[in-house]
Design a protein around this ligand. Sequence first.
Ligand code: FA5
Length: 339
Amino acid sequence: MEKKLKDLDKEALEKIKKSNDIERLEKLQVEFLGKNGKVTAVLRGMGKLSPEKRPVVGKLANEVKENIEGELKTRLNELKKEEEKERLKKETIDITLPGAEVSRGRLHPMQLIIGQLEDLFLRMGFSIEEGPDVETDYYNFEALNIPKNHPARDMQDTFYVEGDFLLRTHTSPVQIRTMEKQGPPIRIITVGKCYRVDELDATHSPVFHQLEGLVIDRGISFSHLKGVLIEVTREIFGEEREVRFRPSYFPFTEPSAEVDVSCFKCQGEGCPLCSRTGWLEILGAGMVNPRVLEMSGIDSEKYTGFAFGMGLDRMAMYKYEIEDIRHLWDNDLRFLKQF
Ligand code: FA5
């Protein structure tokens, strides 16, 4: 039995040394030390030995077992190291190669102008309100002093959704919602999309953005409105661009005005972009009609206010000298990369 153990020891060590992969080592482990392995079988036969022989053979068997286990472990470590070396060799990268370019996103020109205006109004003490795109006839028209069948409805050709609902044609309904929600003093702006059945051309889109402002307090006058709007146009267009206030009409403001900036393309000379007027219209504004204040529960004897609605797509066009509003909606990367 002792010789058998020594032979097994020799056989195992030779096989272990020759094995070149981890799988083969696992098989050898089973072959010699497993439940039905060769060394285990010898150990099992020890019961038949005489009591004097048993401890001697037992000791040897344990030595052989430990020896084989040790060799298996050493060889396993060697193979693992070799494998790791191979893997690293395959994964070697050439760090002198130029890296892949990471493309950076950027803000859409609409987002740029919205951010700039919101910053400016927050600095002037305005807060920001929100309103729904799908509005009721009441908030979009009636409460703004535009009754049903009134010719002023023709000023804004409307997408009707269902029953009393429509896509808001301007951001002015947010004025009413704010007046109903909070009493004076009010100093808010709101930014959002508006929808009109307008033919798509260089300056009209059926979906466009407006920024609405509303200020209501005691003693508010037209000069306050002028002051705010001149500040805004200077910030957006710079000192050089000329600005003019022109009398206009909106049922919800009295008196009303429209504001134009001098044309960037012809510098006021007159060209097709400005319909040969030298001016580009950017917004409508005026003193809130007392009827509108009263309808929203504000005492028009005590309070006055002004409101304005800026066309943001147009303002972005005139700021960044974009000749066609469609560029703002096409999402052509060649165009967007310029901002
Ligand atoms: C209004 O929408 C009024 N609610 C503005 C207002 C608010 C007046 C508060 C008084 C007090 P108007 O329809 O003129 O007004 O539109 C305002 C601006 O929106 C225009 O000056 C223009 O810049 C822009 N706009 C109007 N229609 C379009 C369109 N189809 N595409 C792009 N911009 C448009």
